[in-house]
Design a protein around this ligand. Structure first.
Ligand SMILES: [Zn+2]
Length: 242
């Protein structure tokens, strides 16, 4: 293999390494995982709102139920007094009966309030259940995509390691000054392409055909001489039929 052919091979390894890094940084799995994280965050935000409303209803219900319990205790106490024979004054008896009736009415009103609060809570509970089911579904999907991403990253890393090792070997066989020149060109080149093959008069980097005069010039080059594509400037490596 000529020096230039070895350089072209180095370019092939570097291009592959660039592609692998690009693939690693733009995995579709990552995009989906980010989307899912956004959806989960939105659901969590809406869930907090509904849960707060639900909690307020629960607190109101507890307050009314406590009040009902107090009235029930008071009614039990009054009923006891009414029937234990301790009260003999008819006026006092009437007053006690009136109070019992009033307590019963108040309790009934409060019990209606409890029912109403329970009715208000029902759609909120449904909504919370739906949010939770949706969140579970999205979490499961995120888990699947994270597992898939782990596999993809491992594949990319394995290939990257293999190509890097090949690249190291390729560099060792090349002239150091040529590698430095190549690295420098690569740094400023589009897509990091600094070397191209000239096949049937066409540059592999830009796809443009070289002139007959230019091709003659390449054929007459001495060993170690370098020529750049007239169009895109890459180092041209003549391949078969150049
Ligand atoms: Zn070119």
């Amino acid at each position: 293999m000529s020096e230039l052919q070895a350089l072209l091979r180095l370019q092939t390894f570097d291009t592959r390494l660039d592609q692998l890094i690009h693939r690693r940084d733009n995995l579709p799995e990552t995009e989906r995982i980010d989307e899912l994280a956004g959806s989960l965050e939105a659901i969590a935000g809406r869930r907090v709102e509904i849960a707060t409303q639900r909690h307020e209803i629960e607190r109101a219900q507890k307050r009314v139920e406590d009040e009902v319990a107090g009235i029930e205790a008071k009614r039990a106490e009054d009923t006891d007094r009414l029937y234990n024979g301790g009260i003999t004054s008819p006026k006092e008896l009437t007053a006690l009966q009136d109070e019992l009736q009033s307590l019963a009415r108040h309790q009934s009103t409060l019990e209606d309030e409890v029912l109403e609060l329970m009715e208000q809570a029902e759609p909120l509970d449904d909504t919370l259940s739906k949010f939770d089911a949706k969140a579970d579904e999205l979490e499961a999907e995120r888990g699947r995509f994270e597992a898939a991403r782990t596999v993809s990253l491992a594949e990319i890393e394995a290939e990257h390691n293999a190509v890097s090792a090949d690249r190291e070997t390729a560099v060792l066989s090349l002239d150091e000054a040529l590698v430095v020149k190549y690295q420098h060109m690569r740094g400023g080149a589009k897509d990091g392409v600094a070397v191209g093959a000239l096949t049937h008069g066409v540059c592999s980097a830009c796809g443009l055909g070289a002139s007959a005069v230019f091709i003659d010039r390449i054929r007459s080059l001495g060993p170690g001489e370098i020529v750049n594509c007239e169009e895109c400037g890459v180092i041209l490596v003549p391949a078969g039929g150049a």
